[in-house]
Design a protein around this ligand. Structure first.
Ligand code: FAD
Length: 261
């Protein structure tokens, strides 16, 4: 059984800077990390392998530098790593990204696919469900725990408002996971050194038989017309009164003025 974990390399910052002309994220000069949700997905896959067997393959789409993210996964314990990289993938929106990843997964031949709930830079949470749609697979999002695995289905907990749903999902299945699924392990120094020398499979668009019109800009119906940080409109004001009752009266008057009550 092959278990694929989709891993995105993201900028190591919560300070997203935007190029005002191109309307794209400025990635230059920002150190990169493995998307934190994907580290948890990798941890979940490694625990699944421990309990039920299989081979864990880390898969990423990105520029050649994304190899670093895959090496981190190998150091954590992944058996293999695949990077799909091609100039033709550039400018891909979530539809084209999930299409290319789906093609790679079809070539790898997986029975269980893990994604993070979302990537901390793009934040759309669309790629996991997109991959499942392209491959015609069962998908469960917001997964916090795998309760049980059987040959033809998994029992998983899916977070929902106020609790969780217990979902029986037929296999093959794609799970988009919450961080609570597992605290990612720290790779040992020895494992990190070994991972630095490990071979990474590199595929381009032709290798995954991805038609030109379905990848990169050509395969992306989304147009980003403008990206901006919304203006903060919050105001603050100190209310002072000699007594608690006086303070409450002042507060109530303010709320009435603002038509909140
Ligand atoms: P989410 O959907 O939030 O991610 C969910 C999960 O999917 C992740 O946790 C991970 O498991 C998996 N996943 C997501 N992306 C990858 C990946 N690349 N490899 C492996 N697993 C993955 N980005 C660029 O870098 N260069 C561009 O030129 C570019 N052009 C764009 C043009 C348009 C019009 C748009 C809309 C977006 C563009 N993007 C570009 C952003 C790119 O589409 C997204 O980064 C990508 O589709 C992932 O979406 P997301 O970050 O919202 O991931």
């Amino acid at each position: 059984m092959r278990i694929v974990v989709c891993v995105k390399q993201v900028p190591d910052t919560t300070e997203v800077r935007i190029d005002p002309v191109k309307n794209t994220l400025i990635r230059e000069g920002v150190p990169s990390i493995v998307n934190p949700f994907d580290e948890c997905a990798m941890e979940a896959a490694l625990r699944f392998r421990r309990d039920y067997g299989g081979t864990v393959v880390a898969l990423s789409m990105g520029p050649p530098q994304a190899e670093a993210a895959l090496r981190k996964c190998l150091a954590m314990g992944a058996d293999e790593a695949v990077l799909i990289s091609d100039r033709a993938f550039a400018g891909a929106d979530t539809l084209a990204t999930s299409f290319a990843l789906a093609r790679a997964i079809a070539k790898i031949g997986a029975d269980l696919i893990f994604c993070g709930k979302m990537a901390i830079d793009g934040d759309t949470a669309q790629v996991g469900p997109g991959i499942a749609e392209h491959l015609g697979l069962t998908q469960v999002t917001n997964v916090q725990k795998i309760r049980e695995a059987r040959a033809d289905y998994l029992m998983v907990e899916r977070v929902c408002e106020g609790g969780y749903e217990l979902v029986r999902a037929s296999r093959p299945v794609l799970l988009a996971v919450e961080k609570t699924i597992g605290e990612p392990r720290y790779p040992s120094v020895k494992a990190s050194v070994r991972a630095r020398r490990a071979a990474i499979t590199a595929w381009n668009a032709a290798d995954i038989e991805a038609p030109e019109e379905k990848i990169g800009l050509n395969g992306s119906p989304t147009q980003v017309t403008r990206i901006f940080t919304p203006e903060t409109r919050r105001r603050s004001e100190m209310l002072e009164a000699a007594t608690a009752e006086g303070l409450c009266d002042l507060l109530l008057a303010k709320l009435r003025d603002a038509e909140i009550i």
